[in-house]
Write a protein that binds this ligand. Structure first.
Ligand code: DAH
Length: 315
């Protein structure tokens, strides 16, 4: 009997033999019914045989069930060598890549990154930046006005005000974010992005500004040297104000950013002691920098969400 159980290879056959042994008319059942006619030794022997057989059935059943489960798993196994991964893994958006490049350079110079609200009040977007109501310089920007008197931020310069109000001086920060103006063509989008630098301390001069800008542009465009041209300009929040151009591919000048020494009125508006502190600010188009670096010509493409374009410009 023992050998028979061990040689059974399916659960069905095992079940059949079990019934034939322990079922109503089973061989073991018959023997057990006859137990009362046996002597003590024979009873003990029959008991042991009964227990041993049941255990043997049980362990063979477990073996057969395990084997069945392994067979089922093996039949279902995935073949990982099948080529089912999509070919395109996705890329960073050019603006994301540019921000990551710009911020790692500026942070290595000690500038700290700031953001601010895109819906700004008049104070932070204009008045504190030395552009009070009726100041003609407000016309330099085609502002989206909201009904409650707030504006869609026209310049990240608003962030330098917020940072100075909060930290005071000395301060070395850059603000990043979306900015809004009523204009739209291949190089202008009603929503675009700016990056703004600010460095205020006791002895900061225009040459510190130009040195940082030069080093920044060299690293950003991965060039050994950059040729810069500084032109006088006008911004209400800087005095003197300049614009910085960069020689591009050895033949033409590109306007890269506005900058200047922060106007004492702006510092005073942020409760900074102008007898002690002075410094510079600069601001440039984040989108424009990305377009130059990656040779893109239409700013509107940044915001179309066209996957084909993103894949073409992908990194
Ligand atoms: N806010 C200016 C603009 O939107 C850019 C700018 C110019 C920022 C000079 C500055 C600056 O901080 O010093 O055109």
């Amino acid at each position: 009997m023992q050998e028979q159980i061990k040689s059974i290879n399916t659960l069905e056959e095992l079940q059949a033999l079990y019934t034939a042994t322990f079922g109503k008319n089973g061989t073991m059942t018959a023997k057990l019914k006859n137990m009362k006619n046996l002597d003590n030794d024979a009873r003990a022997k029959l008991n042991r045989e009964n227990v041993a057989l049941r255990e043997l059935f049980k362990s063979r059943q477990t073996e057969l069930e395990n084997a069945a489960m392994h067979a089922a798993l093996a039949a279902q196994r995935l073949d990982p060598s099948l080529d089912i991964l999509p070919e395109n893994r996705g890329t960073l958006h050019p603006l994301t890549q540019t921000l990551s490049d710009v911020s790692s350079i500026l942070e290595s110079f000690g500038y700290e990154m700031w953001t601010g609200p895109e819906v700004e009040d008049d104070w932070h977007n204009f008045t504190a930046l030395n552009t009070p109501e009726y100041h003609p310089a407000r016309d330099m920007q085609d502002t989206f006005f909201l009904e409650n008197g707030n504006v869609m931020r026209t310049q990240t310069s608003a962030i330098q005000i917020r940072s100075m109000e909060k930290i005071g001086a000395p301060i070395k920060m850059f603000g990043i974010g979306a900015t809004y103006r009523k204009e739209m063509d291949a190089t202008h989008s009603p929503m675009f992005h700016q990056i703004e630098g600010l460095y205020i301390d006791t002895d900061i001069t225009m040459s510190d500004l130009i040195a940082d800008v030069r080093e920044f542009l060299k690293r950003f465009f991965e060039m050994d040297d950059v040729e810069l041209r500084v032109r006088p300009s006008y911004f209400p929040f800087t005095e003197p104000s300049i614009e910085i151009d960069m020689k591009w591919h050895g033949d033409r000048w590109l306007e890269i950013m506005g900058a200047g020494m922060v106007h004492p009125n702006v510092l005073r508006n942020c409760n900074i002691d102008t007898d002690k502190y002075q410094g510079f600010a600069f601001g440039f188009g984040w989108d424009r920098l990305a377009m130059l670096k990656y040779g893109l010509s239409d700013i509107r493409k940044f915001y179309d969400g066209d996957v084909r374009w993103l894949q073409k410009t992908g990194f």
